[in-house]
Design a protein around this ligand. Structure first.
Ligand code: MEV
Length: 306
């Protein structure tokens, strides 16, 4: 039995989504995780990030232990398993690596023990570990990865399939720097509580997501690019950008991107740039590659129907 999950990319609305504002996210099909479960004498987790007994998981990984324990207790499971994970989703880069692990483990357990499940059960179980990893997650990573579709999301309120029909390309580039989403979310909260100025930035980010929705519906790529640029200004003000991401954004814009911003928690992690055509996307890719950054080009037309 094998389970596959993918990464995710937030198009717009990261951080403000924690405060009940909407966000738009898409699955990132170029990055994949494969999970296998086998019979075992003890409960084991075998992966690049951890190799050992599940009962010894702690620190950042404590959430996965609790997710598994919750399942075992709920369904009174006595069989032991070995969970094997192979993932090419880089850790702590805003691509949803932890959520993809959580969703895969949740799905894998239900499948392996042949217990009926639906998407809500997967989301509920996977969310257990996300709380440990991210502190105060909005839930968008788990929702996007569990559904494997582009979504419009408002925390505890709304998850709607959001097919994107745009004649353009998203250039995704990894800064190579690990960013702690937990820390970034917590620092934004400190600013939010300290000064109304930061509250207004969060509000503005939320409004930009509504504008982005409209721009996407009108197939207005140029406007969407401008909205992404504006979102980056507020994210910068909220202290979650960093000099390397800024350099990558400038480079992408100079190469013809219609807009560019960080994606996910920030403070390193990944950048996304909107390109009007494949030629410009390749040009942006080359510039970022020359800077030593890994780059993927995603055809936005492919998000029309999944
Ligand atoms: C992380 O992918 C997105 C953040 O908005 C945190 C969250 O929504 O849980 C930064």
């Amino acid at each position: 039995m094998k389970i596959k999950t993918h990464g995710k990319i937030i198009l717009i609305g990261e951080h403000s989504v924690v405060y009940g504002k909407p966000a738009i996210a898409i699955p990132f099909m170029d990055k994949e995780l494969e999970l296998t479960i086998k019979d075992s004498k003890e409960n084991y987790l075998c992966s690049d990030f951890y190799n050992g007994k599940i009962k010894d998981l702690d620190g950042r990984l404590l959430g996965f232990k609790n997710l598994i324990k919750t399942f075992i207790d709920k369904y009174k499971i006595s069989n032991k398993v070995k969970i094997l994970i192979k993932s090419d989703i880089p850790l702590q880069r805003g691509m949803g690596s932890s959520a993809s692990i959580a969703v895969a483990i949740a799905k894998g357990l239900y499948e392996y023990f042949k217990i009926n499940y639906d998407i809500n059960k997967i989301i509920d179980l996977a969310s257990i570990s996300e709380k440990y990893v991210h502190g105060n997650p909005s839930g968008i990573d788990i929702e996007t990865i569990a559904r494997d579709r582009a979504i419009w999301y408002i925390k505890n309120k709304e998850t709607i399939d959001f097919p994107i029909d745009l004649d353009g390309y998203l250039v995704i580039s990894d800064s190579g720097i690990k960013g702690s989403t937990k820390e970034a979310v917590s620092d934004v909260k400190t600013l939010y509580d300290k000064d109304d100025k930061y509250k207004s930035y969060v509000e503005s980010l939320g409004e930009l997501t509504f504008s982005a929705k409209q721009a996407i519906k009108e197939h207005n790529l140029k406007l969407l690019g401008e909205i992404m640029d504006k979102a980056q200004v507020y994210l910068r003000e909220l202290s979650v950008s960093d000099p390397i991401i800024e350099e990558m954004i400038k480079l992408a814009k100079d190469a013809g991107a219609l807009g560019a911003k960080l994606t996910g928690g920030g403070r390193g992690g990944c950048m996304i740039a909107l390109s009007p055509d494949i030629k410009t996307a390749e040009k942006i890719k080359k510039k970022l590659n020359d800077l030593g950054k890994e780059v993927w080009i995603s055809d936005l037309k492919k998000l029309k129907e999944e």
